[in-house]
Design a protein around this ligand. Structure first.
Ligand SMILES: [Zn+2]
Length: 469
């Protein structure tokens, strides 16, 4: 094991893969490998011409959300004492201004760099191993729970700083109350925690309310927080690095934020919401203990889409959230087959395809791939300009309970907003970024505004819209 700070170099990597014992070991393993010409053609035979997007109307606004996190030991002498530092940037792009400024495919890299300056991002600092909040918190888990709840409730996540009901925590109530099963409450000011976090109590299905007051377990009387429902605390280590938990927290926030904007816009200006699209840089699936959220998101989106359709009566397509993937198994796979894919082609990844080629050897999940995690369908898309992207858009269903779901989820025609998604990607593709698209990047001080929910930008946006109408 290298000493801390010592980097493994390329030479030792080479030594490892040349080691005959390693070769022998790999011979006994199943893993994804470079396809032959014939295999490559077979793997790409299911790609089809995508729906045409020449005549689509672009949204007025695109909001892109991108996060990063670090765990950091803040003293060299205490390598096992850590804090977590999570930053989530939200960037708003005004499409009308963007159109006026883009010259061909060229985007000024300096302006891109400026846009990527996340100084305005939402910041979340959390206790990790061996760090405790002062006061009564004597475990990292309790400190972590208190800090997470404090962040979600804080003014920085509110659209109106004086109104706690505009906080991210209230958005969590809106989602958690919609949980199918007996964990849902049907009332937006009430949610259920699956069990008390006190290991000596574990009282089941605790109810908590969307109030500022501290709430307590009725059985053991410890502090209970609404955000305990995310169950992130279950994976917190007291004495070891909490990288995974920080990643899970970031994941939860990246999925919650679009819902947060959607809730705000739906309560204030459906027209603005109808003219907004979202990008996040991950699949539309939630992994780990907060996976249950994916069902609430599906249900919530279906409700909002109903309202959009009902109120606007003008072929309003469903809310578009694009989960763009820059890394991961599908992206790795695409690297192997890319040369076989023709320009302007798309594939909706079906379960057979995924289990045969992308994750060969993995046991198929009961109820279909991603049954417990995904709220969106993965696509591989090669643009007319020959760039390949892995993207997901939400399933156009309120739930995955239908017997035909596994078949229906891969039909391109079911995705009314697919042409728009492809049109946006085509519009945003850029020479500067290989297989990453620019949305976040659409880079320009004139076209993009960095914002946080607590900022006033969305209010301005909403007001503009109301004025225009
Ligand atoms: Zn308890």
């Amino acid at each position: 094991m290298p000493y801390q700070g010592e980097l493994a170099n390329k030479a030792s990597h080479f030594d490892i893969i040349q080691d005959p014992e390693v070769q022998q070991f790999l011979d006994q393993c199943k893993y994804i490998q470079e396809p032959s010409e014939e295999e490559g053609r077979k793997m790409t035979s299911g790609f089809v011409t995508p729906p045409n997007f020449d005549k689509i109307k672009f949204p007025d606004t695109v909001i892109a959300i991108d996060g990063s996190f670090y765990t950091s030991n803040f003293s060299e002498n205490l390598p096992a004492t850590e804090i977590g530092y999570i930053k989530i940037g939200s960037v708003l792009i005004d499409m009308n201004q963007f159109d006026g400024l883009k010259v061909g495919k060229y985007v000024d890299p300096f302006k891109v760099a400026k846009l990527l300056d996340r100084s305005n991002a939402l910041k979340f600092i959390l206790p990790s191993s061996n760090v405790y909040l002062k006061g009564k918190k004597t475990t990292v888990i309790d400190s972590f729970r208190a800090a997470v709840d404090g962040h979600l409730y804080s003014q920085k996540t509110r659209f109106d700083q004086n109104n706690p009901k505009t906080s991210l925590r209230t958005t969590l109530f809106h989602l958690a109350s919609r949980r199918p099963s007996d964990m849902g409450t049907g009332e937006v000011n009430k949610l259920k925690i699956h069990k008390c976090p006190n290991p000596n109590c574990q009282e089941k299905h605790l109810e908590v309310f969307d109030t500022p007051e501290q709430q307590y377990c009725p059985r053991c009387n410890i502090e209970i927080y609404p955000s305990d429902c995310l169950r992130l605390w279950e994976e917190v280590n007291e004495f070891q690095s909490n990288q995974q938990v920080m990643g899970r927290f970031m994941q939860a926030i990246e999925h919650l934020l679009p819902m947060h904007y959607i809730r705000y816009l739906s309560e204030n200006s459906l027209d603005s919401l109808a003219a907004t699209a979202f990008f996040i840089d991950r699949p539309l699936g939630i992994f780990g203990t907060a996976a249950w959220l994916h069902k609430s998101i599906l249900r919530y989106l279906a409700e909002i889409n109903d309202r959009l359709g009902g109120l606007l009566q003008k072929n309003q397509s469903p809310i578009l959230i694009i989960g763009l993937q820059k890394t991961g198994q599908i992206v790795d796979y695409v690297g192997l087959i890319d040369r076989f894919i023709k320009p302007n082609r798309i594939l909706a990844i079906d379960d057979d395809y995924r289990y045969s080629y992308i994750v060969p050897g993995r046991k198929p999940a009961e109820g279909g791939f991603g049954n417990e995690t995904y709220y969106g369908q993965d696509f591989i898309y090669k643009t007319p300009n020959n760039r390949t992207f892995v993207l997901a858009i939400p399933y156009p269903f309120a739930s995955k309970d239908s017997a035909n779901f596994v078949k229906e989820k891969i039909k391109l025609n079911n995705y009314q907003n697919l042409p728009l998604a492809l049109g946006l990607i085509h519009k945003f593709e850029c020479d500067l970024y290989e297989n990453a698209i620019i949305p976040i990047a659409l880079a320009n001080e004139h076209t993009a505004i960095s914002l946080v929910p607590g900022g006033t930008v969305l209010n301005i946006l909403t007001l503009d819209k109301l004025k225009n109408n």
